[in-house]
Design a binder for this molecule. Structure first.
Ligand code: SF4
Ligand code: SF4
Length: 681
């Protein structure tokens, strides 16, 4: 006889009917809860789905492919959940066990329904049965281990993780579902007496069944019936509670992975037509977010990863990306309760200007979120409204005014923009019409005395390597990057359009930038307005020149001591450029000729920690004790480095201040400056 078992063995017909009635009730409560949340998301602005719903088949597939890929790799594959020790293991085991048990239960029900139609359709038997029972037995154990690990972690109440009373219900019900599942199986085996492979394919159940050997068949049947019902009721409770507890991320998480349009370093433009139509700029109320953004608030399971990564939170600013998401979620819930008139306002009551302006736009929160919630875009959208309503004051507002009036945040005369290059022999686009690459100097390189030395170093290297380049000189204007990240979208667009016109005039296709903010803006912001360029960072270009032998590293230099490198957020995390500066530094300090040693800061590459200057915070006054730069410089100094290398003029300023705030003696230098010094140019 083939090994098999009845799905409802020992369960009377009346109980089976009640079981299905309760299934429908649980699914009804579940569906109502999902509908309530869905109706909230629908109150937002329609979700921009690109070419997903329009365009030809190929365009739709191009839009669909990355979304499916995210579901596969980050949803099923849990890519963003891995690599964090115990929490990752706990989630991984629970997720894996849950998925297998869910799939197994679904298959069991399919078998039950098809068998009712015809016994020939009964497939829960033979080899399939053995594999099925063994798999579910093992994965049930993994599920339980994951639950227990989570339970233990929650008892320790990690500060960054959210805590709700329902979390205990969820975890306890999971553990009880797992335990009663094994008890049901063990009691079923006690009265059913399977033998051979039919028994051994359920090793855990068989082991537990030994505890019931004294019960006798009748006792085992009664106990089995009772435990089966407890198990079923727990499962119904679980299904019904999904939309009302943290469990909802099971649905909202994958939905957000599919719908989100993740691209670090990009922002959705605002058009004048849109403003005229809606009579507002940015997000002034919860319903001004789009449907996907509202859905993302429900996808958040308060894991706290964003908070742990946030430089503003780490330095005692009032901002926590997790709290922003949760506070917005609460506000969304209040709007569901029909409390619009009495609900707190979004700006001021729920999210203060201080919170919004604390963000450095470093993208760390976006990068770490397992379900791709994007607190940065939420914040920027609210900033846009804040700025449009005149809510920006102080030094940041002054910087924006100066960007408008003088095309640079320092408010220095536009006519002096190229003064730094006098006597350097850096050709302008007018002098050298046949240039191959345009060197975009940026406002810092043009006006800030310290950053001018970086621009000078870059020019020296380009000339030394015989590169055919040119600068825009006085025709270059601020990219408007800070304005955009601060929330002044229209000032940014004005700057972008002016620069794109200039770049078109000189037929620029390839740009070299030493500022990662300029690089990101020219590459990702400008392409939204018709400016498409190949943009390369100076460290990439220098690394290429070294590789081509056009820049030769000297073999005899004095000891420079230990050198470390601070990755700029907009270079390493946002644009994935982190190896080129290391190639240059390693050539100089390890594999190359110079005595000295290159060492890494603990948080490096994509995991870098902000210097505190992004998101327009470069232009804001800050209490030295709360500066992000002080914390980051301390981390860099902990390596014992005597030189902190950087690849960004903002980082240069911030890290220099940070080293000083730590009363340390280390030098902060751009990679280009270090190379120029070594080459004695
Ligand atoms: S936003 Fe993402 S990273 Fe932050 S707490 Fe929520 S789920 Fe976790
Ligand atoms: S972008 Fe950076 S500073 Fe802003 S909320 Fe996210 S982690 Fe914090």
């Amino acid at each position: 006889m083939q090994p098999s078992r009845e799905t409802f063995g020992n369960i009377p017909r009346s109980s089976q009917i009640l079981f299905y009635v309760l299934t429908i009730v649980a699914l009804g409560i579940f569906a109502y809860g999902v509908w309530r949340r869905f109706s909230l998301w629908r109150r937002g602005v329609p979700v921009p789905l690109g070419k997903l719903l329009s365009g030809n088949l190929q365009a739709r597939w191009q839009e669909l492919k990355p979304r499916l890929h995210r579901l596969w790799v980050e949803g099923l594959g849990q890519k963003r959940v891995r690599g964090r020790g115990l929490p990752s293991w706990a989630h991984g085991l629970l997720f894996l066990g849950f998925m297998v048990l869910f799939l197994g239960t679904t298959l069991l029900e399919i078998d039950h329904l098809t068998s009712a139609i015809s016994q020939t359709l009964h497939f829960h038997k033979g080899t399939y049965y053995v594999i099925y029972e063994f798999t579910l037995d093992v994965f049930g154990l993994l599920f339980l281990i994951g639950c227990v690990l989570f339970f233990w972690r929650r008892t320790r109440r990690p500060a960054s993780v959210g805590h709700k009373p329902t979390d205990w219900y969820v975890l306890l019900s999971f553990i009880l579902i797992g335990l009663t599942g094994y008890l049901t199986e063990a009691l079923r085996m006690t009265w059913q007496h399977p033998v051979g492979i039919a028994a051994h394919c359920s090793p855990v159940g068989l082991l537990v069944a030994q505890a019931f050997s004294g019960l006798g068949d009748a006792g085992a049947r009664s106990a089995h019936f009772a435990v089966w019902w407890v198990h079923a009721l727990l499962v119904f409770g679980f299904i019904a509670s999904i939309p009302y507890t943290r469990l909802f991320h099971i649905l909202a998480g994958p939905a957000n992975l599919f719908l989100a349009a993740p691209a670090l370093g990009t922002l959705v433009p605002v058009s004048m037509e849109e403003v005229e139509k809606t009579e507002r700029v940015g997000v002034g109320a919860i319903t001004h977010f789009n449907g996907q953004q509202l859905l993302s608030l429900d996808a958040c399971m308060e894991c706290g990863r964003c908070e742990e990564a946030c430089p503003a939170h780490a330095t005692d600013k009032p901002l926590s990306p997790k709290r922003v998401v949760q506070d917005l979620n609460r506000l969304m819930g209040l709007s569901l309760a029909g409390a619009n008139s009495t609900a707190p306002r979004l700006h001021g009551d729920t999210i203060s200007a201080e919170i919004l302006l604390s963000c450095t736009a470093c993208s760390a929160c976006v990068e770490v979120c397992p379900v791709r919630v994007d607190p940065l875009t939420l914040i920027t959208d609210m900033r846009r409204h804040l700025v449009a309503e005149g809510g920006l004051s102080g030094t940041a507002a002054t910087a924006l005014r100066r960007m408008q009036s003088s095309s640079n945040p320092w408010g220095l005369p536009a006519a002096e923009r190229a003064n730094w290059a006098e006597n350097l022999g850096a050709p302008t686009v007018r002098d050298n019409a046949t240039f191959e690459i345009l060197y975009w100097v940026g406002c810092a390189g043009s006006y800030d005395r310290r950053a001018q030395r970086v621009a000078t170093a870059v020019v020296k290297l380009l000339k030394h390597a015989g590169v055919n380049f040119a600068i825009l000189g006085r025709e270059e204007k601020c990219t408007g990057e800070s304005a955009r990240r601060l929330g002044d979208e229209f000032l940014f667009q004005e700057r972008a359009q002016a620069n794109i016109a200039t770049l078109s005039k000189y037929n620029v296709r390839k740009i070299l930038a030493h500022c990662p903010h300029c690089l990101n803006s020219l590459l990702k912001d400008y392409s939204q307005f018709g400016g498409n360029y190949e943009v390369i960072h100076h460290t990439q270009f220098i690394a290429e020149l070294i590789q081509q032998g056009r820049l030769k590293v000297l073999s005899e230099t004095e000891s420079a001591g230990t050198v470390t490198y601070h990755d700029p957020c907009y270079l390493a995390r946002v644009n994935g450029i982190h190896e080129a500066p290391r190639h240059v530094l390693r050539a100089l300090f390890n594999g190359g000729s110079s005595s000295g040693m290159f060492t890494e800061i603990p948080r490096n590459r994509e995991k870098t920690f902000c210097c505190g200057a992004g998101g327009g915070r470069m232009w804001m006054e800050e209490d030295p004790k709360k500066r992000v730069s002080t914390a980051r410089a301390k981390e860099a100094l902990s390596t014992g480095a005597k030189t902190v290398a950087v690849g960004c003029p903002f980082c240069l300023t911030m890290m220099t201040d940070g080293v000083a705030a730590n009363d340390a003696q280390a030098r902060v230098m751009d990679v280009a400056e270090i190379l120029v010094q070594r080459l004695k140019l």
